[in-house]
Ligand binder design. Sequence first.
Ligand code: PLP
Length: 471
Amino acid sequence: MRDIKSLYEKLTKYCSGDVYPFHMPGHKRNALLLDKAYSVDITEIDGFDNLHHPTGILKDIQNQMTKAYSSDKTYILVNGTTCGILTAISACAKAGDKVLVARNCHKSVYNALVMRGLIPEYLYPENDVDFVCSLSVTPESVDSVLQKENNIKAVIITSPTYEGVVSDITGIAKVVHKYNIPLIVDEAHGAHFSFGGGVFPKDGVSCGADVVVQSLHKTLPSLTQTAVLHIKSGLVDIRQIEFYLQVYQSSSPSYLLMSSAVEAVRYMLALNESEYKNYINSIKELRNDLEQIGNLKLLCKKDGVFDYDITRLVFYADNMTSENLCEYLREKRKIELEMCCPYYSIAISTVCDTEEGLKRLYNALKDAALIESKPVMRTTKPYAVNEKADIVMPPYDAYNRPYVTVPISECEGCVSHDTFYLYPPGVPLAVSGERITKSISDQLKTLENRGYTLNGTACEKGYINIIEEEK
Ligand SMILES: Cc1ncc(COP(=O)(O)O)c(C=O)c1O
């Protein structure tokens, strides 16, 4: 045992320091809800029900949550939005079925395609030329694919995106329902939309989506891995949903996680109108102040963005790379961001942020923007999500074929065995079974050269798995 490093020691040491978290989980490490972790960690003992076949307290709670969310049925998840997405897709489509997927979806969607043997059709949302991130999916773009492609069994989109871009779910749901199929919305980053009495964008359930999955841990005061799945639909088979939920989740779901999910929802319901207003006003003030900083650009609602979640702070500086900005904030100002990529950085704000925390971020960014440095060449090449994929074979087919590992420098023109992406955000550059175009291979090289580790590639840095016989 002496040879195993203590993760807990590292965590407690880090968390007892003064670094302010602008990242998930949304509780921002305020132990406001559960303070007795070990002493309440139990299993399915008498009186505590069974998440997979609830008949007691968990059934009551899920019924109350269903009412609170005005859904047909709300389920507590202990394995993140990931298991909710796998469940939703598995329940709506079976092997060989076609599904319509927005290309900026999270990797869990592509994993579902492989696991369930599905055939994807893709929607390519426009890219913002400045921030190099996806804009909203439009109802018209969904309609134009559905008109051409018959036999699509479900539509899957992400709203809000990691960057806070919200799509017109009401309009998209109307279109999708014309074809009598369900709309699945990955609302992992929008769990707070269900609360606040209108200070946040509208949530997917109230906009008419059939299945909505929200990560409670990202923006609510809930422990990591907690999420909820809502059904509001006559187009989804609840038996199938319940079957796959128990397939993709532990047979020993944590009572600590479940309690945390419930307490987070209770917390959000208990906040009053003026508490939500005060929070959103301090975000508006912060954004106004940030917009005055020369050298700093903040993503906001613009053409191509149906609605925007202003609690998501997405920015880049003209005078330094996002990597250097993140390092400056971490090392010099004790601020840890949610993510940094070649194009921008993201800070996540939630109702648990303090005035002191928001001020610290503003002061640090104001000072960072004054640091003199050589002019920065921002990478402006689009992250490949809006490029039409060259699909050679379906993902499940490709993933089940033999592969060889080649250096990234030799992968152009080959067919990818794996789905690979930067994590976060987990949006793929290429999906299993797609040809690696020159633009994708150039991006791979750029990202590798800038020190990013691609996920889904061969374990060894700088290599990639391709389909064997295509080499
Ligand atoms: C858009 C999106 N969907 C789904 C997920 C998966 O969520 P979880 O971490 O709750 O499994 C993420 C995770 O970051 C995400 O960004």
